[in-house]
Design a protein around this ligand. Structure first.
Ligand SMILES: Nc1ncnc2c1ncn2[C@@H]1O[C@H](COP(=O)(O)OP(=O)(O)OP(=O)(O)O)[C@@H](O)[C@H]1O
Length: 603
């Protein structure tokens, strides 16, 4: 089973009713108490109106039909019509108010989740698939919304109805009422037996739905790889599996429901039959009037409805509770990396970066990835990080950006521990360009201004020109206003790289981190990128996860990383003279790159 399927089946486990979550969820209603009180008044008024209908019918039969008084029938008829009209008006306001409040609560919850998500540290995202997180913001908030919009009102309405009916029936004729209620234990047994099954079937249906979402999300993200490997059929097979499970779970839930709810009605009917049988004999005896018995039965019909509705709301409540649990899990996750109390602003950076005996592991129960790193980089130095895959190069730059904190030791800038300064003052002076430059949907101009909203148009054009963005932008009919799709999918890899350079150049960071793209671009673009890079690096301390020989050779300091340690350090010539790992790497890998480059230049 894939991660996505496993996660969604595992975690959506519905838990039994949880009072703490319920209380916390009700906390979201607190700011809307006034509106909800109005709703409650409307609900009670509607309940009273609705419960007055059988009384009017009783009156119409006993005083109108049996005593042949037509004017009573006219009055009752008009009254019933009036009641329905007023109920309709009340219902309209009630639904509007509830939906309005529900939407405001959902809006706030979604916003709160979104804000919180952005503040969470990398470690949180490391362990969770994106599809799962997305489903929390959409599906789980919706489940809570449905509860507020539909469930809570049903609960309030049906509950008040039920109480009202029981009171009236007992008050009218307690013997007849108790006779009708003798079927209640059977109803209870039936519901108690089948409800858990229905709930678990619905729960399975929801879980498999979440697996479907995860699967679709993964497929969209990975569609290029899927098509490249012609995995469509195998993927379809996997999707068909989840889809079938979902269909079966849904069908099982529905079949149970269509079996149980008519049974509930049947048992209710039994209670009504008892009343008809016993009540009619009392009507014949002249003990009860016809209008009375008709009204009594009418109330009984209204009694079974709320009972099944309430039972369904309970399922809805459990499902919302599971959603609430997942939402609260996110909201309760404290960002690991945050400003410590009393953190100060980092003054303008000069650019000295030091690792003081830094060790780091990604998970507490896993082995160290970096071991006692010690290195000092002077302001303005260009540092190349080289080493085999998985050796720890990206981890080092993650620590400089303070995406993670070291497990032990300190990372300092100009002698200040990164943990002592505010994140915003640190990151606003740092820039990062990753291999796969993330371009946001919007215009090219918006993407360039991403790190410096207040830059003037002249600044923007200058930056774009110096990293050669203007050359390709000028070929677009809309120029800088050209819309680039999500992730910049309309741009070539080289163009995306240049745009990312422009974005970071405009932000003018003092420390720059760069993960050099490994993907091959044509020699001309390569040259453009090299030129742009040289412009970008002037006057900044730079850490480059380098793959190109030219970048490495130009570096002031090369750090060769092996198994989370600095195996060698020095400049190109020094390291070649040492004849160690770097020299080997150079002769085996980079020398070939160089001869290829020379050949390309000569051809
Ligand atoms: N988020 C993570 N959670 C757990 N382990 C991780 C995480 N990221 C990286 N690692 C592990 O840490 C080690 C160092 O990874 P890192 O990404 O720093 O290597 P790298 O030198 O940058 O590799 P590459 O050149 O392939 O990008 C690897 O063993 C990797 O499996």
């Amino acid at each position: 089973m894939s991660q996505v399927e496993w996660d969604s089946l595992e975690e959506a486990e519905d838990r039994p009713f949880n009072r703490t979550y319920m209380k916390r969820m009700l906390g979201y209603l607190r700011p809307h108490v006034r509106t909800l009180s109005i709703v409650a008044v409307i609900v009670v008024a509607n309940m009273l109106l609705s419960l007055s209908e059988p009384v009017l019918i009783r009156y119409a039969i006993d005083k109108g039909m049996l005593e042949k008084n037509v004017s009573v029938i006219h009055v009752v008829g008009l009254s019933l019509l009036g009641i329905r009209l007023v109920s309709w008006g009340f219902g309209f306001f009630q639904i509007r108010l509830v939906n309005y409040t529900g939407q405001r609560i959902l809006y706030g919850l979604r916003q709160q989740l979104f804000d919180h998500l952005q503040a969470l540290s990398f470690r949180f995202f490391d362990g969770r698939p994106a599809g799962k997180i997305m489903s929390r913001i959409t599906n789980d908030t919706n489940a809570i919304g449905e509860l507020i919009n539909g469930g809570l009102i049903t609960l309030l309405m049906e509950f008040t109805h039920l109480i009202g009916i029981v009171v009236i029936l007992l008050y009218w004729d307690w013997k007849l009422a108790l006779m009708a209620f003798t079927v209640l234990p059977f109803l209870y047994l039936l519901v108690a037996r089948f409800r858990p099954r229905i709930e678990s079937a619905w729960s399975r249906s929801r879980k498999t739905m979440s697996a479907i979402n995860g699967n679709v999300n993964e497929t969209i993200q990975g569609v290029r790889v899927i098509q490249a490997f012609s995995r469509e059929e195998a993927n379809n097979e996997r999707f068909r599996g989840i889809n079938t499970t979902n269909k079966k779970a849904f069908m099982r839930a529905v079949s149970l429901e269509v079996m149980v709810w008519p049974l509930v009605e049947l048992i209710g009917m039994l209670g009504t039959c008892l009343v008809v049988w016993y009540g009619s004999s009392r009507v014949i005896d002249g003990d009860l009037s016809v209008g009375f018995i008709v009204a009594f039965i009418n109330y009984l019909w209204r009694f079974w409805g709320p009972l099944s509705a309430l039972s369904k709301v309970y399922s809805q409540l459990l499902s919302a509770m599971a959603s609430a649990e997942r939402i609260f899990e996110i909201l309760d996750t404290e960002p690991e990396i945050k400003d410590r109390p009393g953190a100060r602003e980092l003054p303008p950076i000069r650019g000295r970066v030091a690792f003081e005996n830094v060790s780091f592991r990604y998970q507490p129960d896993k082995a160290d990835v970096l071991h006692g790193l010690k290195v000092e980089v002077k302001p303005g130095q260009r540092v190349a990080l080289v080493g085999p895959t998985g050796s720890g190069k990206s981890t080092i730059v993650n620590l400089i950006m303070r995406f993670y904190d070291p497990t032990s030791g300190r990372v300092t800038i100009d002698g200040t521990d990164l943990k002592d300064v505010t994140l915003s003052s640190l990151r606003s002076q740092m820039g990062i360009v990753l291999q796969d430059s993330f371009i946001f949907s919007g215009t090219i101009e918006e993407n360039l201004l991403y790190g410096k909203k207040d830059a003037t148009r002249e600044d923007m054009l200058r930056a774009a020109k110096s990293v050669r963005v203007d050359e390709f932008v000028s070929r677009f009919p809309d120029g800088y206003a050209t819309q680039v799709e999500e992730r910049g999918s309309k741009l070539s890899i080289g163009q995306r790289q240049l745009l990312a350079f422009g974005r970071v150049l405009l932000a003018d960071p003092k420390i720059l981190i760069l993960d050099e793209a490994t993907s091959s671009v044509d020699t001309e673009t390569e040259q453009h990128i090299q030129d742009a890079l040289n412009t970008l690096l002037v006057g900044r301390t730079a850490f480059i996860i380098a793959h190109r020989l030219s970048t490495i050779r130009d570096a002031d300091l090369i750090l060769v990383i092996r198994d989370g340690r600095i195996a060698e350090s020095g400049n190109h010539d020094e390291l070649l003279r040492q004849g160690g790992t770097y020299a080997n790497l150079y002769h085996n890998q980079f020398a070939m790159q160089e001869s290829l480059a020379l050949r390309a230049a000569g051809s």
